[in-house]
Write a protein that binds this ligand. Structure first.
Ligand code: NAP
Length: 244
């Protein structure tokens, strides 16, 4: 996998940070992107402690201008992006009957529109090189639905439809497009859930534990690699069996 350039969104924390480290260890040249990662001493220290040296790139996936500007900077710096991991995601939970249009819009704009616009930035180069890997991080919630998360579930289900369509469009160009659908993973996103809800979810997991960011990073690393070259349009559930 050496010489390949990967861009990971939502790299500052949680799953994205583990994916960044995993791809760095696998020998890829990694661009770590999030809203505030450039100049973050905490992130830089964590990377150097792990002997990883990704380029840091600020991007706001809720803004098409920011996506265009930052991806163009990344492409100028590295010359190519071979692997795109659309990992950044947000929640604005609430019951549908009371959901504010702004909360619907922000989640869809960041999680789904942002991923699509990011893909558009890297496709011309991947098509030219006749090689590319796009990995979209969806969720078990995009497969099974979740009360109180209509906006988030719609964005995550949207990523699955988007990925399967692109897999069909781009297969002839040597580009694979796959989805990783995590279950319940210990990160900042799930830390804020009420204890009762956590226990209920944990009780529904056959492997009897929450997942770790590294569990997801392993799946992403596999799909990014040469050995996954005949896999496209696939949804890889990494959820301890909580949804089959
Ligand atoms: P997290 O700990 O909340 O981290 C979210 C990441 O996304 C941060 O790096 C954040 O960067 C970045 N981000 C947020 N808004 C952004 C924006 N507008 N533009 C660019 N980057 C932005 O999340 P996580 O739990 O690691 O989740 C990562 C992905 O996995 C998400 O797509 C999530 O939906 C999905 N997922 C998570 C779980 C779970 O149980 N944790 C389960 C299923 C799916 P900054 O801090 O710099 O803003």
């Amino acid at each position: 996998m050496s010489n390949r350039v990967a861009l990971v969104t939502g790299a500052s924390r949680g799953i994205g940070r583990a994916v960044t480290l995993g791809l760095c260890r696998a020998g890829l040249d990694v661009i770590a992107a999030s809203t505030s990662i450039e100049g973050s001493a905490e992130f830089a220290e964590a990377m150097s402690a792990a002997e990883a040296n990704p380029m840091c790139l600020n991007v706001d996936l809720g803004s098409s201008e920011s996506i265009k500007e930052s991806f163009s900077r990344a492409l100028q710096a590295k010359g190519r992006i071979d692997v795109l991991v659309n990992n950044a995601g947000i929640t604005r939970d609430g019951l549908a009957v009371r959901m504010k249009p702004a909360d619907w819009d922000l989640v869809l704009r960041t999680n789904l529109n942002g991923a699509f616009l990011a893909i558009q930035q890297v496709l011309p180069g991947m098509m030219r090189n006749r090689w590319g890997r796009v990995i979209n991080i969806s969720s078990v919630v995009g497969q099974a639905g979740s009360a109180g998360q209509a906006n988030y579930a719609a964005s995550k289900a949207g990523l699955i439809g988007l990925s399967k369509s692109l897999a069909q469009e781009l297969g002839s160009r040597g580009i694979t497009v796959n989805v990783v659908a995590p279950g319940f993973i210990e990160t900042d996103m799930t830390k804020v859930l009420p204890e009762e809800r956590k226990q209920k979810v944990l009780a529904s997991i056959p492997l009897e534990r929450a997942g770790t960011p590294e569990d997801i990073a392993g799946a992403v690393e596999f799909l990014a690699g040469e050995r996954a070259g005949y896999i496209t349009g696939h949804v890889l559930a990494v959820n301890g069996g909580m949804y089959m």
